[in-house]
Design a protein around this ligand. Sequence first.
Ligand code: BDR
Ligand code: CA
Length: 311
Amino acid sequence: RRRIVIDTDTASDDVVALLYALRQSDVVIEAITVVAGNLPLELCVKNAFVSIEKAGTYEPPVYMGAQKPLCKELFTSEYVHGSDGMGEMLLPSQKGVAQEEHAANAIVSLARKYPGEIDLITLGPLTNLALAAILEPNLSSLLSSVWVMGGAGSKIGNITPVAEFNLFVDPHAAQIVLDANLKPQFIGWDVSTDETFLNEKDMKTLEKGSETSRFALRCNKTLVELNAKYWGRIGFDLPDPTAMIAFLHPSIIEKQREAFCQMSCDDSVTQGQLVIDWQNVLGKSSNATIIEKIDGQKFKKLLFDSLLVDC
Ligand code: BDR
Ligand code: CA
């Protein structure tokens, strides 16, 4: 079975991504490493345990990581995910206890234990992964692959005009990941719009499906309300599940390109932007792959096949 590590700032769309991954019988999640992002760290950890319980399969170890970005104050997004990151379900606290080891150390330990075997995906700011890369300069040759939900290959940003949330929260960490030769496969926020956007019909399908699919819908309530109120859109996008499903089933990827990328880290209007040299005007070798499109119908089928049943 494929060994994977999931790094997450667990709130609504991370939750759906975790539910999906926890239900894949051909992968084993060696660790869920948690980072502050959507919410302060403790709430993200709680939501990781809630996700494990709701998936109803097995209990991977959960590790607590960075409480704040490397060089900035933490910027959270309760307005998107709810004060609890769960659409205001305000669930009681969980019985799960996080491991003692720091998330960044856990990433390094697992990479050393299974050299060349671990596929790692990040669904939040890159702080934990950057720390791991600093702790183990050889990380790039120890990991099998690194996938990052972050950036926006073809569209505008979702947190500033040009920046996507995860990379904006910790741009310095993202630059460290690029410099560490980890060759990330970026799946931007833009990939989870258009064909992969869950519309009114999809929401009805989730509502009717199972306890699990109702839960997946319910924890995105704040986002659904935000979309309706500010953009007149019925439905919601799922950036983290889009990244997760492409990571687990790369055959659904329709378009991807390699390019040289660098982060805008300075304190300006572009801070947090993933600058992609599409035309190779700098003449530098590519250091990342940008996934630009996946098959939306296949994405929804895989998602629904997993969530519409209870375990
Ligand atoms: C990303 O930002 C977060 O709010 C989501 O969980 C996702 O990881 C999308 O830009
Ligand atoms: Ca996330």
